[in-house]
Design a protein around this ligand. Structure first.
Ligand SMILES: Nc1ncnc2c1ncn2[C@@H]1O[C@H](COP(=O)(O)OP(=O)(O)OP(=O)(O)O)[C@@H](O)[C@H]1O
Ligand SMILES: O=C(O)C1=C[C@@H](O)[C@@H](O)[C@H](O)C1
Ligand SMILES: [Mg+2]
Length: 175
């Protein structure tokens, strides 16, 4: 039985890489943000608006305990998941955890792509976003670094290279 959990900052590519890795390995893919949205029948921004960040973190914690029990899966977390409650220790206790690490410049570039709404960074100018990421990443990194494996995606900034990331992760995780 294999269970892989991907952690890292917003925009690192957890969802994108997790999905590609699942496709390549035949494991089933779950994304914790999407799982929360399905179970709550609300979007992440709606949950933040209605219950605040504290309310979201409680829901995230409870539903992590459901999603992380599935077997033969790749589970991509939300950017904040490892940093609340005992979530990171819990994930390490039952899965192979991987930190997808990326520099603030790369995270900024990724966050400008796609349509995902992220309440914590909405409405920020480019300069504000860079400053916010730098500060928050420095607070969060200690949690992310508890993952059993670390993979730096900063040098792999294009779609073709998502396949390179998948191949490297398969080797790293013996998948
Ligand atoms: N290696 C990459 N090269 C180019 N684009 C990428 C790469 N990784 C991710 N992206 C793009 O960056 C954006 C953010 O990626 P993704 O949504 O997978 O991040 P995430 O880590 O899941 O973020 P969140 O914590 O908010 O869920 C997407 O539009 C995705 O297509
Ligand atoms: O980094 C974070 O705290 C977040 C990341 C997203 O995946 C979502 O879970 C939500 O927008 C919060
Ligand atoms: Mg994601």
């Amino acid at each position: 039985m294999r269970r892989i959990i991907i952690v890292g900052y917003m925009g690192a590519g957890k969802t994108t890489v997790g999905k590609a890795l699942a496709k390549d390995t035949g494991l089933q893919f779950y994304d914790l943000d999407w799982y929360i949205e399905g179970r709550m029948r609300k979007t992440v921004p709606q949950i933040f608006a209605e219950r605040g960040e504290d309310g979201f973190r409680r829901i995230e914690h409870n539903l992590l305990h459901e999603a992380a029990e599935f077997e033969d899966v790749i589970l991509s977390c939300g950017g904040g998941t490892p940093c609340f409650f005992d979530n990171m220790d819990y994930m390490n206790s039952l899965a192979d955890t991987v930190y997808l690490k990326a520099e603030p410049d790369v995270l900024c570039a990724h966050l400008k792509m796609g349509k995902t709404r992220r309440p914590l960074i909405e409405g920020k100018s480019e300069e504000e976003l860079h400053e916010f990421i730098k500060n928050q990443l420095s607070q969060r990194e200690a949690y992310y670094m508890k993952a059993r494996h670390v993979f730096d995606v900063s040098l792999l900034d294009n779609y073709e290279k998502i396949q390179t990331t998948v191949a490297s992760l398969r080797k790293m995780l013996d998948l």
